[in-house]
Design a protein around this ligand. Sequence first.
Ligand SMILES: Nc1ncnc2c1ncn2[C@@H]1O[C@H](COP(=O)(O)OP(=O)(O)OP(=O)(O)O)[C@@H](O)[C@H]1O
Length: 503
Amino acid sequence: MTWFEIIQRSFFDFGAMAEVLPNMLMVGLKNTLILAFASTLIGIVIGMILAIMGISRSAWLRVPARIYTDIFRGLPAIVTILLIGQGFARIGRQIFGPSPYPLGILALSLIAGAYIGEIFRSGIQSVDKGQLEASRALGMTYPKGMRLIVVPQGVRRVLPALVNQFIGNIKDSSLVYFLGLLASERELFRVGQDQAVVSGNLSPLMLAGLFYLLITVPLTHAVNAIDKRLRTGRRPAAPSSGLHEVEEEEAATPALPARGKLKGARLDVVDLDMAYGNYQVLRKVNLSAPAGSITCIIGPSGSGKSTLLRCLNRLAEPLGGDIRLDGDSVMAMKPDRLRRRVGMVFQHFNLFPDHTALGNVMLSLRKVKNLSGGEARRVAETRLAEVGLAQRMDHRPMDLSGGQQQRVAIARALALEPELMLFDEVTSALDPELVKGVLKLMAGLGESGMTMVVVTHEMNFARRVADQVVFMDEGAVVESGPPEAIFGNPRSPRLKRFLSEVL
Ligand SMILES: Nc1ncnc2c1ncn2[C@@H]1O[C@H](COP(=O)(O)OP(=O)(O)OP(=O)(O)O)[C@@H](O)[C@H]1O
């Protein structure tokens, strides 16, 4: 016999393959798929619980999750399968009967859970922290923000890794044969091996290998395609350059809420203190903004402007002092209730990337205000039209320019009809040609009757639009007054120096 014939007979004996094929399909393939599916599903449940425990602030949850993960990820799969399958054989028999099959699934699930937990945890932790912050600023509680925004994004990111785990389970299911499965419970490998042992011919094992590849290779490619679709959405990316947006904005005149249509609240900040650990960031800040006014906060980097803004809706918790909305102390309100009255727009937009512009605006209307789908859509469409985005409602954030994204964020905050709107350096991340459009929109909003507090580096905007300008340095208000006084007649040397540097 030539080498070629020896190899052909050992590995590619099609007669032997045909003989084993029915058993391979009806018994081996079926059992492999059941073992892999069941252990992946149970592993996903275990993994999600481990991930949530793993990111918890409580060490009582974090430490057990860590120990579990270290053990089941550290042990070779075969050791776990033998320990569970044989160690619990008696208990297993009492619960499941004579079959070792359920214990095999249990062992595979325990192993898969440890890996899937780590996959979920890293996915959830990789979601930008601005996402949770935006959901909370929209009035969602921490669990709701995690459930609706952070966890779905984290899970979507790890979809390919989860499929890898499923493929791992398909392969690991071949180890369960150690437990002595009944003839009807044998999986692909064992069916191939049985036949190979009888005939001394490896072709049935080759067929089993082929089946493994037939499942795993298309699956990998399918999931990559699904992942790409989820990432980019169904729409092709629209051509949307900054200049395109400027043209578009100049052609369309946004129909802003009519003058005095919105009801603003009076804001009073009294002796506000705030610290990050031992680092005192705000020192006895006092500030009053009449209903419907625009207050611009200016000051050097690190002076505490953003922190002050974040205290106003309690994204940061003050250490002392008080904040009052129309005389009511915000410290006595539940933070999610407070945030329905106080909208916030962030420097980096923090739009939800998996939702369209319309979806971004509708989400809090549905989930926080509990409006019906139709009603939420109507409000969201009106708000988006007001900021000049009637034509872009079905676009995802990644298909919008920075300026358009910031308008969606403004529409999203406006949708809850806040009495106070906070703008945190909302034009700082925009390309220069887009800044003007967003500032114009904000100036227009200022006339609608809402109270606005704007942290900004745009001195011309502050000079032109503000009712009062507050200059902060080193966590304290150094000087405040009407823009003419602040810019035209600064009194303190610090303000004089700041203005000489920025103007
Ligand atoms: N989460 C945090 N933990 C610890 N320190 C922080 C945190 N956030 C801000 N700080 C510090 O608090 C100080 C005030 O920060 P803040 O962002 O309020 O200033 P800012 O005036 O808004 O500055 P910028 O204009 O650069 O945004 C800075 O020194 C900053 O490093």
